[in-house]
Design a protein around this ligand. Sequence first.
Ligand code: ATP
Length: 365
Amino acid sequence: MQPETAKRFHIALLPGDGIGPEVIAEAVKVLRAVEARLDCIRFEFEEFSVGAGEYLRSGDPLPEATFERLRESGAILLGAMGLPEVRWPSGTEMAPQVKLRERLDLYCGVRPVYLYHSDHGPLKGYRAGEIDFVIVRESTEGLFFSRRQGYAPDAPEVRDTLRISRAGAERLFRAAFQMAASRRGLLTLIDKANVLPSMAYFRRIFDEVAVEFPAVRTERLYVDAAALYLVQNPRRFDVIVTENMFGDILSDLAAGLVGGMGMAPSADMGDRHAVFQPAHGSAPDLAGQGIANPTATILSAAMMLDWLPGAAAGAGLIRAAVQRFFATSEERTRDLGGRLKTAELGDRIGELLTSSDAVFLSLIH
Ligand code: ATP
């Protein structure tokens, strides 16, 4: 195909704060390598300032004019937002990424958990690929529903509300069942239905939606037991679906099983829009040193290509290059015990992606 007939994708880049700009630069490098490899895909990147830095500049971490532009983008690739020292008067951190989820109605938080090398995780005896599951986290309600309510510092008590709506739960479960149907066919609901009425309601709706997907096996676990099983036997999981706060906590635990936050990609998806970002935050302890692991962001870019119609070949190339790198190289970034710099890892993955030997091609799926 000639470049003139290539598919063009407009990607909004939100590098954000802390290590965000450093890891986004490597994802862009790898996406440029995808372009070099595939004549049929072209990217137009447009960068926007959003986050704690933008708040310090303009007083608004997500200016309205920027939000309108983001709404028109083909897809949004985000680095990390927030800095511990930049806070709202209530004491909470700037989290425009959470606001984006709410305003773009990105109800489905998808967090793939995949072990790329046996040495990466703390568990013994797991080879590459033997931990391979996806957490689907509800992302617009749950316990996060209360986050904007504020509180009076002299109040005798403060309550947070865990909201579960029928419409919100049904659409989440349908997305999770579809994902399980396209993988190994097992969907695990994680809740606290034995204690909280909202969670009993959540489970009831899960059971109703399950009837629509007879080919998918289901199981139901309480969140405390699920935390135990995730550590004892992560192999048993395929797709997990859960409430917003439980998903927030368990996805960090799951990232720990496969090498930490630098190895944990994510996507927040709705019916029309999606934001792709590493599951980690701005990691101020690493910022400015060029030592963050960009793999999570590079894999988030691959998820973006899976989602954009007509770009899935690029996603396969990126994942194959990441797989090949960890299988064949002993170089690692600092979080995985090595000395490789952020930019060097981006270079290595970009170079592998543009190589075309048979072993590499066999990894593409
Ligand atoms: P948030 O609440 O914004 O998600 P957090 O407080 O959970 O952020 P992170 O910024 O995700 O914190 O960092 C958690 C830990 O993981 C820190 O020790 C940080 O250095 C490490 N970390 C995060 N991202 C990376 C990365 N890309 N590479 C290496 N280490 C990372």
